[in-house]
Design a binder for this molecule. Sequence first.
Ligand code: ATP
Length: 137
Amino acid sequence: GNFTFTMIKPAAYENKHAGKILDMILQGGFRIKAIKLVKLSYEQAGEFYGIHKDRPFYNDLVTFMSSGPVLAAILEKENAVDDYRKLIGSTNPADAAEGTIRKLFGISVQKNAVHGSDSDENAAIEAAFFFSALERC
Ligand code: ATP
């Protein structure tokens, strides 16, 4: 597919890394098709991460993701999902390659700076969760 969905997570936003992360995204060849700052409720974050609801980290993750604003965006590029996961690096920042967003700005598995969709199907679901057609360029 030609787009993916990302969120800059609350800790990275609070720590003032959003500008640097967006610059890496743009320099990485992605075009921003939609963007907004959103404070999710616990229920909204829980719905977004519903696929993980039986995992032991679910409650902590949902609490964290609703603890402050997230910067949500739709990013366009050829091969967007795979290329974006390369740019962000492994889920655990400690395992992420040098120069990736999670290596540079992640501080734990939970506070790993950004979310990135893991498939074209989920990119479409996640983009539609946050953005109406009117909000997409
Ligand atoms: P994302 O979907 O956010 O891009 P991911 O696809 O790399 O991350 P998932 O397995 O989908 O990872 O997990 C979603 C999120 O849940 C991760 O980004 C991470 O913050 C959190 N998470 C995953 N595994 C753990 C864990 N073992 N302990 C705590 N948090 C975790």
